[in-house]
Design a protein around this ligand. Structure first.
Ligand code: AMP
Ligand code: ZN
Length: 106
């Protein structure tokens, strides 16, 4: 938990969010500024700044993110989807806690 991190505070329920799915490692919320008819954020519950900061100890966590995308793809309107993850400010990362954007519903 990093108290300066908005996603850690959402995971700790200090800040409200619309939760779509959850498992032991991962939380999925609705993006507040959707860029597609369906726009979810797949967020590890552990604070990791970006993909570059993952270590071999995070192997299970990293695979949990993709398996959560697969689970979301079974939800109505979600069978065809895009994933993207901004890593670093130049790539558009604004929240420095890994998240994968799940876009669907066209
Ligand atoms: P990125 O630019 O990849 O760091 O994306 C950050 C994303 O987090 C943006 O799409 C924002 O709309 C989204 N976001 C920021 N704050 C919240 C929040 N409180 N609840 C849901 N989504 C948020
Ligand atoms: Zn965090």
């Amino acid at each position: 938990m990093n108290k300066d991190c908005i996603f850690c505070r959402i995971i700790d329920q200090e800040i409200p969010s619309q939760v779509i799915a959850e498992d032991n490692n991962v939380l999925v919320i609705k993006d507040i500024n959707p860029q597609a008819p369906i726009h979810y954020l797949i967020i590890p519950k552990k604070h990791v700044v970006d993909i570059g900061a993952l270590t071999v100890q995070d192997t299970h966590l990293a695979s949990s993110l993709l398996l959560m995308a697969q689970k979301l793809s079974t939800f109505p309107g979600c069978d065809q989807f895009k994933l993207h993850s901004n890593n670093g400010p130049a790539a558009g990362q604004v929240v420095f806690h890994i998240h994968i954007h799940f876009l669907a519903g066209w």
